[in-house]
Design a protein around this ligand. Sequence first.
Ligand code: PAF
Length: 279
Amino acid sequence: MQVCSNNQQMLDAVSTWKAQGKTIAFVPTMGGLHAGHLSLVHQAKANADKVVVSIFVNPTQFGKNEDFDHYPKTLEQDLTKLEACQVDAVFTPSKEQIYPNGYTSHVKAGSLAQGLCSKSRPGHFDGVVQVVHRLFEIITPNVAIFGQKDYQQLLVIRQMVKTLSLPISILSGDIVREQSGLAMSTRNQYLSVDEKETALKLYQVLIQLKQAVLKNQDLSVAIHNSKATLSQDFKIEYLSVLDANTLKSITDNTSKIAILCAVFLGSTRLIDNIIFNQG
Ligand code: PAF
């Protein structure tokens, strides 16, 4: 496994593979790797000849009062896990490599970035799109894999790729959950043992809401009830039931539904979702 800590090393690896006619699958991460990330890596391996994983905690997608400074940094453990998965290259650039000389991006997040997470994290998706576009420029993958847990991010990236006509297939990786049902996240490390116990209620409420939607119960009543249950343990940022393709209200044309939520448990922000076919 090659560890490329600067752009030139990464560019050299990519051009060698391209000269050999190899395809490249890319998994962008911010490190703090868990089984969810590793499942994306396995999916990447199944979809291309070579797999690149990036580890870069991108400052431009964090707000002023967010956890950029103490975001978990576990590089040694991450590299061990990726080596065990037989990843071909890990890209671990510095901020200067990604954003040389005050690099600014002309690429902005599109309409799907509006609402949901953007309400509490204004500018977050512009930062995500900026870094992902930059990583795409360097790695030029054929395929890139994003976890479904960050569902709005996945759609925003798909929209960017479509708008810019980038020749990259975007695949979605299923949410990997703890046995309790809690969606795996690097930020779960912030939870105490008691909070972890409480956190599993989030997925239970989402499942109940899904059942209510499938039974055609009144949507606003069902959401109201779910919020009432959630608010016993969490501070709710949003809980929405939307068309999974447009992130707008459900219409007669909706084929796929997204139940999406963001909550705070203590000072830890958790997001989760369920995506399913209408009836
Ligand atoms: O999902 C993440 O970990 C990040 O938003 C990503 C895609 C690696 C960009 O920094």
